[in-house]
Design a protein around this ligand. Sequence first.
Ligand SMILES: Nc1nc2c(ncn2[C@@H]2O[C@H](COP(=O)(O)OP(=O)(O)O)[C@@H](O)[C@H]2O)c(=O)[nH]1
Ligand SMILES: [Mg+2]
Length: 299
Amino acid sequence: MKALNLDNLIRSLSDDLRVTVVIPTYNEADNLPAIAAAVFRLGIPGLQLLIVDDQSPDGSGEVADRLAAQMNDATSGERPTMVVIHRQGKGGLGTAYVAGMNRALADGADYVVQMDADFSHSPEYIPQMLGVMLATDADVVIGSRYVPGGTLDERWSWWRRFMSWWANLYSRMILGLRVRDMTAGFKLWRRQALLDIGLENVRSNGYSFQVEMAYLCERLGFRLVEIPIHFEDRRIGQSKLDVPVKIESAWRTWQIRWRYRHLHARPQQADHPYAGAAEANAALHGSPVGNPGTPAIDR
Ligand SMILES: Nc1nc2c(ncn2[C@@H]2O[C@H](COP(=O)(O)OP(=O)(O)O)[C@@H](O)[C@H]2O)c(=O)[nH]1
Ligand SMILES: [Mg+2]
């Protein structure tokens, strides 16, 4: 039997796939042209790249605007190939993702990829992630460092390895989750999964944004698939997630456990895989999913 070629599968289906890749940037001017080129080189028809920049002092926002103008001039699709959101000042990773994901959903994306600008998350995995999502009916596919086959950059010091291992163990133990890579920032989301989560309620802003999203996925009964990736150290520039962000993540883990203590996934209904999750979420938030209303969550 011929082996399944995921790239071919994606290309044959991609007329119907509206994929948006969301990349938040803060001082990534030197990475942006290369990462944008690498994403577009995948050749996934209809793919949109969405940059969320926070007035980066190094001019990332202007670099993104220039790239978007070039890309959109050269293509004539139903929707723009590249979009840039400019926010006023450094607002944090979590709110940048929420802004980008909301825009992607409003613009009709069926699949949303989240990833760093710094090549830690190789765009080469995106076709595989899409293939796995389509083949397994997963709601979320996670590019994971901590499943068999996943690897970390050899240049990571023992201290960074230890801190990453510790952050994962800490949040998994406190929240009682099965996901292996709790702080993974490389994910593919199905549209309905993001709608069911209710992004307007997500509070965490640093690494804990990833933890809160992973927690909601498991509690809402989503199908999660982790695929192994090689995680490369950022090629250029420095990490934007500093010590205060790490401290935020430590206490947020407890807050996440407290806020969502009443959240349980309902049994899923055969004809609508999300029905249970949506209902549970609506009950939790005290308002229909997708309607901001007044959420009934402990703050
Ligand atoms: N818009 C925006 N992007 C951010 C912010 N903080 C980090 N980023 C971006 O989020 C991604 C992850 O941050 P990074 O520094 O790579 O974190 P690390 O991989 O954990 O060291 C990168 O693309 C950053 O440029 C922020 O406050 N606002
Ligand atoms: Mg990074």
